[in-house]
Ligand binder design. Structure first.
Ligand SMILES: O=CCCCC(=O)O
Length: 457
């Protein structure tokens, strides 16, 4: 079997990779387990130095890595450069804080000494998506390695070049052989990796369907999982919001990575009294972004990552129009006979219960607009979802915005007057169909460790 990497700008084949055989997979797992025998005892200073060196290598190679993303999944160069920088930052963050986060915690008991320590688990399999080909990996990898785990990466097939580049970066930074390895395999072979007894845990970022499949198998083997899945983040624009600002942030968030982000704003819940005014500005902001060649410096939006994903999105748009939604902007494929994966930023208004978009995630540059009678109704609509990744509320009354974010919105990350974003210092993850477990911050590094009690009589 071979794995193909295809340029979404023109449909041209970039490279074909041959898939790792069963034997190669088993060998890589064995080598990872062998590497872990030493890696688990490697002291924090050395691990930190290696992560700091990784940050250096990432920065040195950032242009080449951003170009690889542009080629394989259409991310504009300037966004790719930002992504590589964020990876460097997360490496530095855990280099600086990992030891402190995993320091022994004494607990007073009747023992002469009792404490909690945090020991690594072994090999963790990371199943990662194509949308942030470097960041999604480093978000798990920096804390994972600092905690003393080894990692195997099963990346999305369309970004195999990026996956192999990550392996090279770590090698160049001086990580011991096999502490991190890329598996060149299709999704069908993931179960073979999970069932290997040397693989102790799995982290997956991807769709809810993929998460359920992996979690089901891992659970049957009692292996720990962290799942960062889909989302349909609501952005609530209340009566007293600064509309110009809110519209700017809403458009920015909807179009992050050409709309292909789990935490992009997807549902815009507008209090009726400001709806018309907000939509006028929002439409302008959504139209302003420049779509084009991902290699051109002025491009804000490249193509979507694959034509099948673009076609699926377009079908969702058509289905919702058919169900009664109004198309305020876009809603079509430019040059539909071409071999590209471009899609025009789109706004659908009048989304109501019963329409597909009321419940589905739209993973691309399509904004869904909901009308709410008042603040309470906006909160009700926001929470009427199976997802629970992020949410944002816009209001000039910051105290009330905070109250809504903290107590009333059901999601893993709730932001006031700004867009939902991940930050190495803050835990990141969802509830309900958006997954479980946390990445980043203190909570992230403690997911894949044995929280061990030591008791000395
Ligand atoms: O699809 C998920 C995107 C997450 C991006 C982030 O961690 O900022």
């Amino acid at each position: 079997m071979s794995i193909k990497s295809v340029n979404p700008v023109n449909g041209k084949l970039i490279k074909t990779y041959s898939e790792d055989s069963e034997k190669v997979i088993a060998k890589k797992i064995k080598l990872g387990a062998r590497a872990w025998e030493d890696w688990q005892f490697t002291d924090f200073d050395l691990k930190a130095a290696l992560l700091n060196k990784t940050a250096e290598v990432l920065r040195e190679r950032k242009k080449e890595l951003a170009a690889l993303m542009a080629l394989e999944m259409g991310k504009p160069l300037k966004s790719g450069l930002e992504e590589v920088e964020k990876c460097a930052k997360v490496c530095e963050y855990y280099a600086a804080n990992g030891e402190k986060f995993l320091k022994d915690e004494p607990v007073e008991t009747e023992a002469s000494k009792s404490y909690v320590c945090f020991r690594p688990l072994g090999i963790v399999l990371a199943v990662m998506p194509w949308n942030f080909p470097f960041w999604q990996v480093f978000r798990f990898l920096a804390p994972g390695l600092m905690a003393g785990n080894c990692a195997l990466l099963k990346h999305s097939s369309n970004v195999t070049g990026c996956a192999l580049a990550i392996e090279e970066v770590l090698k160049e930074a001086g990580f011991p052989d096999h502490v991190f390895q890329t598996l060149v395999i299709s999704s069908k072979r993931v179960n073979q990796v999970i069932e290997n007894p040397l693989v102790k845990a799995v982290t997956l970022t991807g769709s809810t369907g993929a998460g359920i499949q992996v979690a089901r198998q891992a659970a049957s083997l009692l292996k720990k999982t962290v799942l960062e899945l889909g989302g349909s983040d609501p952005y609530l624009v209340l009566e007293d919001a600064d509309l110009e600002y809110a519209a700017e942030i809403c458009a920015q968030s909807r179009l992050i990575n050409n709309g292909q982000s789990c935490i992009a704003a997807k549902r815009f819940i507008l209090v009726r009294s400001i709806e018309k005014k907000f939509l006028k500005i929002f439409k302008e902001k959504m139209s302003e972004k420049k779509t084009g060649d991902p290699f051109a410096p002025q491009t804000d939006l490249g193509p979507m990552a694959r034509t099948d994903l673009r076609d699926e999105l377009h079908q969702q748009v058509l289905d919702n129009i058919q169900a009664g939604a109004k198309c305020l902007l876009g809603g079509y494929i430019p040059d539909p006979k071409g071999k590209h994966a471009y899609y025009i930023p789109t706004i659908l208004t009048g989304i109501k219960k019963g329409m597909p978009a009321y419940t589905e995630e739209l993973f691309g540059p399509v904004a869904l607009v909901f009308s709410a009678k008042n603040t309470a109704d906006a909160i009700r609509i926001a929470n009427d979802s199976s997802f629970g990744l992020g949410a944002a509320v816009f209001s000039k009354d910051i105290a009330s915005g905070e109250k809504i974010a903290e107590g009333l919105l059901n999601a893993g990350s709730c932001f006031v007057n700004t867009l939902v974003k991940s930050d190495p210092r803050l835990p990141f993850g969802g509830i309900n169909q958006s997954g479980y477990g946390r990445e980043l911050g203190l909570f992230g590094i403690r997911e894949f460790v044995n929280i061990k009690t030591v008791y000395v009589r």
